[in-house]
Design a protein around this ligand. Structure first.
Ligand code: CA
Length: 426
């Protein structure tokens, strides 16, 4: 195939060229079906169908036998632990099978409809870190929470700020959760009170699943990090702002964020986002970053080369109303820089570690990825299509985040969706 030829799904599959889950996307997920609820299987999505990968690889026999360990299941753990060359080999095999009408006999028996499967957490999440990589989000939060201080902390453009979160409460799309309770104390309150959060919020983010392991003491460079980033999920970092505001000084987020973090069930391989690479936003006033945050071909301020941004377009809906369209191109730090920073002190990583980008917010009001920013600290309610208004979430509210990126030859790469609903306090 010449470099200018764009692969398309085999005609018999009937996947339109502009489908966000065409052959350029091919995300992985773990699913069950109602007839086999205990059998967790790895699937790859094509159009509105899911290919049972293990079954297809087994049917292919000896020529695909070396791929079997990657797709045997019951989670993506073995795939994440494998080498990037294995990831490429598996993706190439799938692309061939789904791009060739002659493979119909092999593939067709193992295709299910998306509506027939229930997506599960794709892998047991190892360590979970959440970053804070949007300058617009950081400065908006600074203005709302700390109006007397500079909007961005002095360290912000020198290192990607993050905190360690709670991996055991990372859940897959479709998982509803109870409104958290906790302590809160407003500036004018004489004493803290306990009760259900009254400022329950969202944060629209991308999450990165790490592949491969490192030893204690081993650092990953920005260049190395690129090959350790297996895939991307959409991530909703549910946040209780009232709990957070009272507890976060001086050690950062704790119970205001640890009750639930939702991710999409489909994991988009980084390889599907090659056409979405862009330079990070930098201007002449931005400081040089330390050498460990630069990759090959990276400018002194840390953009370009292996420190690339991603042109991902995100949409956030509350009860069906689009409330924000954040642009990932506005993020200051690249995923490779974030992974390099995570290991620069010698901390090891394991397959299945997850890190979030931080809330994706842009310069425009309609690009703010949290309700805290959309309602400006609760002072500016926004309208939903049903005539109601919101500052923060009410019980019963459902939040759905979707995203897409440019693919090869003008195609679109869809990033699945992450949905969740707020239940009353348990
Ligand atoms: Ca966050």
């Amino acid at each position: 195939m010449s470099p200018n030829t764009v692969a398309t799904a085999a005609p018999w599959l009937g996947v339109p060229a502009d489908h966000p889950f065409g052959i350029a996307t091919l995300p992985y997920g773990v699913f069950t079906t109602t007839d086999l609820p205990d059998r967790r299987r790895i699937g790859v999505r094509i159009g509105d169908r899911v290919l049972d990968l293990r079954a297809a690889v087994e049917a292919a026999g000896a020529p695909a036998a070396d791929l079997h360990p990657l797709v045997a299941g019951p989670t993506l753990a073995a795939m994440l632990a494998a080498a990037p060359s294995d990831w490429a080999r598996l993706r190439a095999w799938i692309t061939t099978q789904l791009g060739d009408d002659k493979a119909r006999g092999l593939v067709e028996p193992f295709l299910l409809g998306c509506s027939e499967v229930t997506l599960l957490l794709p892998v047991e999440i190892g360590d979970y870190v959440d970053y804070y990589a949007s300058a617009h989000h950081g400065s908006n939060v600074g203005k709302i929470f700390r109006p007397e201080s500079p909007a961005l902390p002095v360290n912000w453009k020198h290192l990607p700020i993050g905190y360690h979160g709670r991996s055991g409460t990372v859940v897959v799309t479709g998982t509803d959760f109870h409104r958290p309770s906790g302590q809160r104390k407003g500036p004018q309150d004489p004493a803290p009170v306990f009760g259900p959060s009254i400022r329950l919020d969202i944060e629209a983010e991308l999450g990165y699943l790490v592949g491969g392991a490192t030893r204690l003491g081993q650092r990953l460079s920005v260049d190395d990090a690129g090959s350790r980033l297996f895939g991307v999920v959409i991530l909703n970092d549910w946040s209780a702002r009232d709990i957070q505001a009272w507890e976060y000084v001086p050690l950062g987020p704790y119970l205001g964020k640890s009750f639930c973090t939702s991710i999409s069930g489909w994991v988009t391989p980084l390889a599907a986002l090659d056409a979405a690479h862009i330079e990070l936003p930098r201007d002449g006033d931005d400081p040089e970053v330390l050498p460990y945050l630069r990759g090959t071909g990276t400018s002194p301020t840390g953009s370009g080369g292996t420190a690339y941004g991603l042109d991902v377009h995100v949409e956030v809906r509350v009860n069906g109303t689009v409330v924000a369209r954040p642009e990932y191109r506005d993020m200051y730090w690249s995923p490779a820089q974030m992974l390099a920073h995570m290991t620069v002190n010698g901390a090891s990583v394991r397959p299945g570690d997850l890190f979030g980008s931080g809330t994706i917010s842009g310069p425009e009001k309609g690009q703010r990825g949290s309700l805290l920013e959309l309602s400006w600290g609760g002072s500016e309610p926004f309208a939903l299509d049903d005539g109601s208004s919101r500052t923060y979430l009410l019980d019963g509210d459902e939040v759905v985040m979707t995203a897409w990126a440019p693919g090869p030859g003008g195609s679109r790469v869809g990033l699945g969706e992450v949905a969740g609903r707020v239940l009353p306090t348990a």
